[in-house]
Design a protein around this ligand. Structure first.
Ligand SMILES: Nc1ncnc2c1ncn2[C@@H]1O[C@H](COP(=O)(O)OP(=O)(O)OP(=O)(O)O)[C@@H](O)[C@H]1O
Length: 608
């Protein structure tokens, strides 16, 4: 037999599990945040429950007053009480739903906001390994499930449970003996529902995965429509979509079937209860103290009214299980560690000349071989350094480390003597301007896209920067000039136009460090020369690192580093590297047509 202390311990264990579990956390957080609104909704629910019980109880008075000639005078009083009861109930029902919906909407908004903030704190690596459809499901479905779960718990435990308690009290008060029926039927209903629960969670998880697949196929169709058309992949995409849709349909049917089993079960049990009452009342009427018609009516009313809340309560566990899947998805995301944390007492990255140091840096993306190997480098302040070398050598990864998209596994990256791990993200990113291989444009106007690097810039400053980047003329030819909407990721703009927008952003930013990753690769020869001239002005006295495959764009760099398989294999000025007759020389000769003396002289002329 369980002792008192072990019982107490078990209760404490249950309480701790509830509090540390997802449901307890959700309830705790939601009530802390929305306490007053829930308090009002719950108060209204208590009134709804009390008035429901009152309605059943007053039936006795109504019937007795109508059947007994002595009590006719009370009819008006009772009619007044009935009006009062129903008015109270309708006002309380209104207050309850308005406050519950408001609190629920706030929970969805708060959780979505929280999830999004959490996502923005995640490093770039997280987004390269997590599907956007999965994130979308967590942010939308997860937050909605949180709200549904709280709604369900509040309505079940407050309104339905209290209503049921009130009605059972009326039943016991009117006919204690007949009420035994309720205590026979109740446990059967609870046991009947338990067996449904096992499969609900599994089915719900499968349904959510299929929903995410539908979103994924839609995203891929939208982003990759040209590839789909060119390679005639329509059938393949249709099959993927059909299979996901079928899965969702199947799972939804399964869930609905499980939820629906609870209803017929309750109908059957209610039938049993009514039949039982009929038999017991026939026996009691024949007994020594037969119940009055009013008592019987009140009892039957309470019994019938108890049916709806009892049915909802019996389905509660199944619904909790379905919502818990979404809530778990949401908390999984919120609870994930942030490997790229900003230090709590992070320093500001001070303004300085912009010297960048790599001290014995090693880094990998989780694979077996590191992508950057024991790299020690100095990017001189105010100078231009070019990174060249084979594709996949690690050049863009060096940029990623400078922007602190990733932390080194070993060694440190420093700017002006400060370790990047010690400085705030905002001060680091303010110091750096970046033009990448692909330019991402937000689905807004051209001017908003330009201004995202310098929100305070005036229109005149934006126009001047756009002119410097040779973007102004094409922008003015767009239907609404700077106010033209660029469409999803700049659908209406060419690759070269997008790149000029990116260069305008960099010019506006006026940062102390400029990173250019194939920044002019999408431009035609004429635009490239013009933009290069603009960049020459921009890079003056700014620490600039340029990645380029076309060596013609890096001939004027102060220093060139040849990066191969995560290591710097050669470094020096153009002349130094040509004289070395190594990897760079080979690349140079390939690009300038087999190493002619003329090409070398051309390069040296450029250099001088
Ligand atoms: N997000 C990532 N996850 C896993 N591996 C990655 C990731 N990004 C790059 N890599 C790998 O790291 C290596 C270096 O890539 P990186 O982009 O730095 O090379 P790169 O020299 O800039 O190449 P390219 O000149 O083609 O742009 C490659 O082998 C690449 O496959």
């Amino acid at each position: 037999m369980q002792t008192d202390s072990s019982k107490g311990w078990a209760i404490q264990r249950m309480w701790t599990r509830w509090r540390s579990g997802y449901m307890g956390r959700l309830v705790g957080e939601s009530f802390r945040a929305q306490g007053p609104m829930y308090a009002v909704a719950m108060f209204a629910m208590v009134i709804v429950a009390a008035t429901s019980a009152g309605t059943a109880w007053i039936m006795e008075k109504i019937v007795d007053a109508m059947t007994s000639p002595d009590s006719r005078s009370q009819v008006y009083l009772i009619a007044g009480a009935v009006v009062l009861l129903f008015s109270l109930k309708s006002v309380a029902s209104y207050v309850q739903s308005v406050f519950l919906v408001r609190a629920g909407n706030r929970i969805v908004a708060t959780q979505q906001d929280r999830l999004y903030r959490k996502l923005l704190k995640r490093g770039v690596a997280f987004f390269s390994t997590t599907e956007s459809s999965d994130l979308l499901m967590r942010v939308t479905h997860g937050a909605q499930s949180a709200r549904n779960l709280i709604d369900l718990l509040v309505t079940s435990f407050v309104r339905d449970a209290l209503t049921l308690v009130g009605l059972v009290a009326v039943m016991i008060y009117q006919q204690p003996f007949m009420s035994i029926m309720f205590f026979v039927v109740g446990p059967v209903a609870i046991l009947g529902v338990r067996y449904l629960l096992k499969s609900v969670r599994r089915i719900m998880e499968a349904e959510i995965a299929s929903l995410a697949e539908i979103i994924k196929v839609m995203q891929e169709t939208s982003a990759g429509i040209k590839v789909i058309k060119v390679f005639a992949l329509e059938d393949r995409m249709t099959n993927r979509m059909s299979s996901a849709i079928k899965q969702v349909e199947q799972r939804s049917n399964d869930i609905a079937r499980l939820q629906s089993i609870a209803s017929p079960l309750m109908e059957f049990l209610a039938g049993l209860a009514v039949a039982g009452v009929l038999i017991i009342s026939t026996i009691s009427i024949a007994g020594s103290t037969p119940p009055t018609a009013g008592q019987l009516m009140s009892f039957v009313t309470a019994l019938l009214m108890a049916y709806e809340p009892a049915k909802r309560l019996s389905r509660m566990r199944v619904s909790i299980e379905t919502f818990m899947v979404g809530v778990k998805m949401m908390f999984d995301l919120l609870d994930q560690d942030e490997p790229m944390l900003e230090r709590e007492d992070a320093d500001e990255l001070k303004s300085g000349p912009g010297e960048i140091l790599f001290e014995d840096v090693s880094f990998g993306y989780g694979g077996e071989t590191p992508v950057i190997k024991n790299m020690s480098l100095e990017f001189k302040p105010g100078k231009t350094t070019a990174l060249v070398g084979q594709s996949g050598g690690g050049k863009s990864t060096i940029f990623g480390l400078i922007m602190r998209f990733y932390d080194p596994e070993q060694g440190s990256v420093l700017i002006d003597g400060q370790d990047l791990r010690d400085v705030s993200f905002s001060s680091l990113r303010r110091k750096i301007s970046y033009v990448g291989q692909d330019t991402f444009l937000f689905s807004t106007s051209v001017i908003d896209n330009l201004r995202c690097s310098a929100p305070e810039a005036t229109d005149e400053e934006v126009f001047a920067a756009a002119k410097a980047a040779h973007a102004h003329d094409f922008i003015m030819q767009l239907p609404h000039g700077y106010d033209t909407q660029v469409g999803e990721n700049g659908t209406f703009l060419s690759g070269g136009q997008k790149q000029r927008i990116a260069i305008t952003r960099a010019i506006l930013r006026q940062a102390e460090v400029l990173l250019l990753d194939e920044a002019t690769s999408a431009l035609d020869a004429e635009s490239e020369t013009l933009v290069k001239n603009a960049l020459d002005v921009l890079t003056e006295d700014v620490t600039t690192i340029v990645i380029a495959h076309r060596l013609s764009t890096v001939l004027e760099a102060d220093e060139i580093l040849v990066v191969q398989a995560g290591e710097v294999v050669e470094k020096g000025t153009l002349n130094d590297l040509l004289a070395m007759d190594g990897t760079f020389r080979r690349l140079f000769d390939q690009q300038f047509k087999s190493g002619s003396l003329a090409s070398q002289q051309h390069a040296v002329r450029q250099q001088s």
